[in-house]
Design a protein around this ligand. Structure first.
Ligand code: IFM
Length: 467
């Protein structure tokens, strides 16, 4: 195997007259493959909202460097237009953007029609530019009135969310038919209710499971409501995969704990939405709870993929199911040491998702860093794994790079830069990073090639396109 995890050709030693010249391969994607970027309302819009995050991010110590989303990319002030122009000029054909519940329903059951119209204009703006819109209905942020009623811990959120979704879908249904109900329920529930680094800042595993259960029920209610309004809609969630591998694969406790963490973090959510059985492998829910209304509520499988972790058994780590996780020693990590460069994980995620028999969309994948050479490399390596998956006939139909322009990265503030375009928040000027040019070439040609690798990440040539 080479270090991309692919088998060496048995003929790799064969001498041919051209054996010194590099393979000039071009990897082509299916003609209808969608190329896009993904964004989320709170991370790009700017301005104040009556939401839980608006107050939270201003509390001392909650966000690195005291960063806030107060200005962000000024999409609420209209700069989405220029950024959508960039996406279109770069050959993108798909864009996933979010709506902010707190703008649309600033007080319980009080609707802001102007906010709805703003999102209509954005969706129309995408269509006018030849870009297919996908709308995320919930991306980590709750209206303040709802947070004050207990947020995801309150069972009433299921019907509140359904009511909100009906409002949005009715307003956008002539423009949008691709919907993501909830972004990354596993991350949202964990960060807010177990790790406590997002609002409401709880550190209680059972609160985390309760919140997760309500998220799934809310998704299912939204799924049915959307199909009632728009029978042809395609509805799913964006599910975050982070593989957790045993630190010592030959040590049974490490295998056990990594398996448990994988099941909880990566597997139970899609399985519940597929089978209607929510099976926490721990505690009271270990036998599985029958929730038949969840079954069959994904029209596509949305995969968000960034990284993996290693895990070792540690009795002192009850909050993380007795596993201490860390990045694989020696692995390349980003500037905040948050994500590990492990592109094979994308293939593994797609392979696992493919088992559900649904079309797959890579609803997020990207690299947030200060090191430009790593960003190009990360992009090419993940595209290679996407292409491999397509060639294994996994039903991967599109790729949304996270993200178009640098944005507010939650508790990491502005210290993690994922944008194809670098943003100067103070002046609002955007400048294309090399990865923007690389990705534009990919989108416009529907390929990636040895020639692109030679120009954007030549260090990849020996393994990706060997002599
Ligand atoms: O910024 C986030 C996004 O909101 C959800 N998925 C991961 C991204 C990068 O951290």
């Amino acid at each position: 195997m080479n270090n991309e995890g692919e088998a060496q050709s048995p003929n790799s030693k064969l001498q041919t007259p051209n054996s010194k010249s590099r393979i000039r391969a071009t990897h082509t994607f299916p003609r209808e493959f969608k190329w896009g970027t993904a964004t989320a309302a709170h991370q790009v819009e700017g301005g104040h909202t009556p939401s839980d995050w608006d107050g939270w991010e201003k509390l001392p110590g909650k966000v690195r460097g005291g960063g806030t989303a107060e200005i962000a990319c000024e999409w609420w002030a209209g700069r989405w237009r220029e950024d959508f122009d960039r996406a279109a000029n770069d050959g993108q054909t798909a864009h996933r953007f979010g709506v902010d519940w707190s703008r649309i329903e600033p007080r319980m059951a009080v609707w802001d029609e102007e906010a709805l119209d703003h999102y209509r204009q954005m969706a129309k703006g995408l269509r006018e530019r030849g870009i297919e819109p996908m709308v995320t209905l919930h991306h980590f942020v709750n209206p303040l009135w709802l947070a004050e009623k207990g947020g995801w811990e309150n069972p009433a959120i299921v019907s509140y969310f359904e009511r909100f979704v009906r409002k949005v879908v009715n307003a956008l249904k002539d423009i949008v038919d691709l919907w993501c109900t909830i972004n990354e329920p596993n991350v949202g529930a964990y960060q807010a209710y177990a790790d406590g680094v997002w609002p409401p800042g709880e550190k209680d595993m059972s609160a985390c499971f309760r919140a997760l259960r309500h998220m799934l029920l809310a998704h299912a209610a939204a799924y049915r409501a959307i199909h009632e309004i728009q029978p042809q809609a395609r509805v799913g969630i964006a599910h975050h995969f982070e593989f957790i591998d045993p630190w010592r694969p030959d040590f049974a406790p490490d295998r056990w704990v990594a398996g448990l963490q994988n099941r909880v973090f990566n597997e139970i959510i899609p399985q519940a939405l597929h089978t209607g059985r929510l099976a926490y492998p721990v505690g009271q829910g270990a036998r599985g709870e029958r929730l038949p209304e969840l079954a069959g509520t994904m029209d596509y499988f949305g995969v968000n993929y960034y990284s993996r972790r290693s895990s070792t058994f540690d009795v002192s780590q009850a909050a993380s199911l007795f596993g201490r996780t860390f990045h694989t020693p020696g692995a390349e990590v980003d500037n905040l040491a948050q994500n590990e460069l492990y592109p094979e994980g994308l293939f593994r995620a797609l392979e696992w998702a493919n088992g559900f028999g649904l079309p797959i969309l890579i609803t997020e994948n990207g690299w947030g860093d200060e090191d430009e050479s790593r960003r190009n490399r990360a992009l090419l390596l993940h595209l290679r794994q996407t292409w491999r998956a397509v060639n294994f006939n996994f039903r991967v139909q599109g790729y949304y790079y996270w993200t178009l322009v640098d944005n507010f990265e939650w508790e990491r503030g502005w210290d993690q830069r994922f944008g194809l375009y670098a943003l100067d928040v103070a002046t609002q000027s955007r400048s294309p990073r090399p990865a923007a040019h690389l990705y534009a070439e990919v989108c416009k040609t529907n390929t990636f090639s040895a020639d692109m690798a030679a120009r954007y990440a030549p260090e990849l040539l020996p393994t990706m396109f060997p002599t």
